[in-house]
Ligand binder design. Structure first.
Ligand SMILES: Nc1ncnc2c1ncn2[C@@H]1O[C@H](COP(=O)(O)OP(=O)(O)OP(=O)(O)O)[C@@H](O)[C@H]1O
Ligand SMILES: [Mg+2]
Length: 254
């Protein structure tokens, strides 16, 4: 497969995290236009925003595997499905034809499914854009949330992506003092205020940074850009210099 770029559409971009079950249509529209201008193979992962996180929080679901309410699992999952359909439809409007896959068809039990890479590559060979999302996954009677950021990491490593672009509602990663960190080392540590001001049950920016650094330690460049600024997303998808934070992929540095 030629060049592959993975785009994480942050829930903080495509939804209004302050209002339960509210899509940020304007942002999603603009982001879809940006995506329609990408010329490489693309795989999209979207987050939960005020859809998934809302119910997950209400019912106490998290990244830790545990016995949880059936109602909570069902409601969190149906909210994510609903958001996925909306995202898929808006992409379609911009001529981006997506092939939607529930995460459970790609990953489970801590790993990418045996046929995961072949499935995704087959879809991209046909010119469609695979899209998946953060979701609740089962593990022998217990459940946990696999965040969109974690799925992004698993798929990036499995597919040997050329580049990963994380979008959120901020310009990138901020160090203390609200200073944007333009270049992040693969092992740099930052004090990240938790919990973030929106709602996030899967670790917010702190987990995103961990996942991003793990991706970069495998030789893949990772960008953090503001998804509310489509022209930045276009640049990052192309691998151009852009306002935001960059973690240069560095191999043999483990
Ligand atoms: N040091 C930091 N630098 C940048 N953002 C930070 C920092 N600390 C906390 N944040 C918060 O992290 C948020 C982005 O992470 P969050 O998980 O909320 O969004 P997301 O990943 O786009 O959403 P989702 O998890 O639904 O996909 C920003 O809105 C910002 O307020
Ligand atoms: Mg998040």
């Amino acid at each position: 497969l030629e060049k592959l770029v993975i785009l994480k559409m942050g829930g903080s971009v495509i939804t209004n995290k302050r209002i339960p079950m509210a899509v940020n249509l304007e942002a999603l529209d603009a982001l879809s236009v940006a995506v329609s201008q990408a010329s490489t193979n693309l795989l999209i992962v979207h987050g939960g925003g005020s859809f998934g996180h809302y119910y997950a929080k209400q019912f106490g679901l998290g990244t830790e595997l545990k016995a949880v309410s059936r109602e909570g699992v069902a409601k969190t999952r149906s909210a994510m499905l609903q958001l996925n359909i909306i995202v898929t439809k808006i992409l379609e409007k911009q001529g981006v034809y997506a092939y939607s896959l529930p995460p459970a068809s790609l990953v489970g039990f801590g790993r990418v499914a045996a046929h995961g890479a072949e499935l995704l590559e087959s879809i991209m060979e046909g010119g469609l854009v695979p899209i998946t999302y953060g979701d609740v996954l089962p593990n022998h009677g217990r459940y946990n949330i696999l965040s969109g950021d974690s799925i992004t990491r698993m798929l990036a490593l499995c597919l040997k992506a050329d580049r990963v672009v994380f979008t959120s509602d901020v310009d990138g990663l901020y160090a203390s003092g609200n200073k944007l960190v333009r270049s992040i080392g693969i092992r740099d540590k930052f004090a990240i205020d938790q919990p973030d001001r929106g709602l996030d049950v899967t670790g917010g920016m702190a987990l995103k940074l961990c996942e991003a650094q793990e991706i970069a330690r495998n030789g893949v460049d990772v960008y953090f850009v503001n998804g509310l600024k489509p022209e930045r997303v276009i640049k990052a998808l192309k691998g151009e210099i852009v306002e935001g934070s960059l973690i240069r992929g560095t191999r043999n540095a483990r």
